[in-house]
Write a protein that binds this ligand. Structure first.
Ligand SMILES: [Zn+2]
Length: 227
């Protein structure tokens, strides 16, 4: 049986890499200086570089089920997502954090369904989206609203990270909530003023967090998730 993965590695090295070798060698010599932290769902249909028109060295990426942000609770456990947020903000000093959820998210749908009993970590992890769940019949529309509410919830949790809050309030870091509709190829960005999501084609900005230094307050204070 041919080893398909090995063939792909050889193809990358022999066919693709020569065209970008200089770029990677520069990135090694000068180090990485990405200005964007992209927190996205692990879903295989999200391709962050394609979506944002970026290439090597431009995105620092965290991916997990649901594009969730754990609370900053100071427990210093094995919190991969929290550790990467700290590194991106404190060491890389990114200027933007994007939380990118998406349509047809299995992580969000799982909040309305049974999780396999042996998936103890998944079950615990999904609780990070629990507050976004609506007490309604599961429909495509309800799932879409839950996906969007979950994005705002994660943005609010990001503001619980002292190094994030401090920089956002100082105007050095911008938060962006994105809901990516896979089938339309369109991102709907969170607008803190209206408390809703606006298609990028109509939006006046690339999304705001629940707190924006140039507006008076988030809708309804800290609990600003869209209804
Ligand atoms: Zn997902």
């Amino acid at each position: 049986m041919p080893d398909e993965l090995l063939q792909r590695l050889r193809r990358f090295h022999d066919d693709y890499f020569p065209g970008v070798a200089a770029q990677f060698q520069n990135l090694v010599r000068d180090g990485q200086h990405p200005t964007i932290l992209f927190i996205g769902c692990s879903d295989s249909r999200i391709v962050p570089y394609l979506l944002t028109g970026t290439g090597p060295g431009e995105l620092f990426i965290i991916r997990n089920v649901g594009a969730f942000v754990p609370p900053y609770d100071g427990s210093a456990g094995y919190h991969g997502t929290a550790a990467a947020i700290e590194f991106a903000v404190l060491t890389l000093e990114v200027a933007h954090i994007i939380v990118c959820g998406h349509s047809h998210c299995g992580g969000i749908r799982a909040l309305y369904e049974e999780v396999p009993p042996e998936a103890i970590n998944l079950r615990a992890w999904l609780e990070l989206g629990r507050e976004a769940v609506l007490p309604v019949q599961v429909t495509e529309e309800a799932l879409c609203r839950t996906e969007q509410r979950a994005i705002v919830l994660q943005l609010e949790r990001l503001m619980g990270y002292p190094m994030v809050r401090g920089r956002v309030e100082a105007g050095r870091l911008a938060l962006h909530g994105w809901h990516y509709v896979l089938e339309d190829g369109e991102v709907h960005v969170f607008d803190v003023k209206s408390g809703g999501f606006v298609a990028a084609a109509q939006a006046l900005h690339s999304g705001t967090g629940p707190y924006h230094p140039f507006t008076d307050a988030s809708p309804g204070g800290s609990g600003g998730a869209p209804a």
